[in-house]
Design a protein around this ligand. Sequence first.
Ligand code: C2E
Ligand code: MG
Ligand code: MG
Length: 581
Amino acid sequence: MINAYGDGLNILIIDDDEVDYHVTSRKLKQAFREDEASVAWIQDAKSIDYITQFSDFDICLIDQNLGAITGVDIIRDMHRSGCMVPMILLTGSMQGEFDQSITECGAVDFLLKDEITPTLLNRSIRFAVSQKKNEKKLVEMAYSDGLTGIANRKKFDEFMEANLCSSGRNHLSVGMLLIDLDDFKQVNDTYGHPAGDMLLQQVASRLKETVRETDLVARLGGDEFGIALTMMQDERDINIVLKKLNDAMAPPFQLGEHTLFCSASIGAVTHPLNQPASFQEMFRRADISLYGAKFKGKNTAQIYRGKTGKDNDLPKRLPSRIQNALANDEFQVFYQPKINTEDQSVCGAEALVRWFPKNAAPIMPNDFIPAAELSGDIVAIGGWVLDAVCAQIRDWKDGFNLSIPVAVNMSPIQIGREETIDLIQETLLKYRLSPDMLEIEITETASLLNSDLFARQLMKIHEIGCRITVDDFGIGYSSLLRFLDLPVSSLKIDQSFIAQINQSQKADAICKSIITLARNLNIPVTAEGVETSSQLAAIEDLECQYAQGFFIKEPVSAEHFMRWYANYRTSLSPHSSAYLN
Ligand code: C2E
Ligand code: MG
Ligand code: MG
């Protein structure tokens, strides 16, 4: 570990060549008075724990040629992790392509070793330091949360992405915690918003004090915080942090004259090096765990176990549990809105089933639907979902005078059964619903779309008057032209394409051609899995008619959906195409 010293400029040189270091150091001594600058040297670039060591310095001069690693690599890594120390690259030679990579990696300047003079060094360093100072001020504003002063969502996302990129290289894992305050709304309602703001500020500073300097605490919005944990050895590290956070939240908070306790629910996920996951996937996992923690009764943490965790044999135990689950009322339908991209109005919702087993963590559909399809229990689950959804549509109609069409996902196994047609008809009748309030989503699979039985069944559903949507389009085997023979009224582009939109030319081209071809066939398209404003803007540019995704709203319970919808409509008023009767 090297330390910066002195009151003047603390300059760090990274150069594996001792002679070169001495030459640069000598020129620095000529460039600055003794009290103006001090110099430290790192020879072995591989051994540097960059983030901690760089932060002590005002400027860093890095040699390009460092053996296994290049100066450009280090600068790029540091730049991506948000390091604000200006970095100047020292090179022995200059080649065309190399030139480009320097400007892109985030170096403030580059100097040819042979051309370095004390005057040039002095000017370049002073310029770099003052330029970085201004930049730092602007960045701090763009990357911090106005209320708490800690990092904001943008900073969190970029920090996580950068750390995921470098975790493979430094053989250390990365962890993510999503923290949601329990009953925060009650604090706001009971003590007022200024007290709520004070609570958020105090929580922010407690969280910050609990983790290491190399970790990042951010406010992601409302009462939700995120912590990015860097340089983790294994899952034990996350347990240590969770224990510390629990201790940190335990003492009461003093909000003016009020003293109150506030607990938090935490979803945690690690990024094992042998199972890399994207940032979005980690976020999704952490979110699932947070959800599980809330479900377990708040004031608790849950670590994501995934498919390889200790619950590996869950699918084997599922069938017998599923049968009990229906009897014990453990399923619930969540609703996710779908909006019209032209005027942002809500034009419907998708029903997504959730399983909340008693005394156990919630199970997501991807983790039990395949098992239920194998065991045949999907038919009972599907029937239950259909009934629950139709009852809900009726409730919304009776209670709020609202007609919100809902799409139900239906397994091919269920579609293939003759009885399903009667079931749909009977359920619509039972709740006195017109068939256009119910949409059926089928997944695009070869067997489904190419078999005559399915074609006949789909035709019968169509004759009842329900719309049919092909889900997850683009990853299966079917061709859009097949739709000409099927009564399909719309399709949903698979979310894997939307996730890559603006990032992969291939994904852009696929989305564009699906939307264009569908438009020519008069089939409206929904983009699902829209997670960012830029994804929404991109699909709007492509004139994709409908959008659905976390950016608009995640799937939520029926009550939550109605609360969200009421606010959303007010903010959007006067249009809303979920028609009022
Ligand atoms: P799906 O029909 O394609 O549903 C979309 C999935 O994407 C849902 O996952 C939803 O929560 C998730 N999602 C929505 N917005 C976003 C986003 O912005 N980003 C990301 N990453 N994901 C988003 P969920 O609820 O876990 O459902 C998974 C799949 O399980 C569904 O995929 C559907 O095929 C199946 N499924 C769900 N409910 C039912 C059901 O009642 N019956 C049947 N047969 N299948 C169901
Ligand atoms: Mg679906
Ligand atoms: Mg889908």
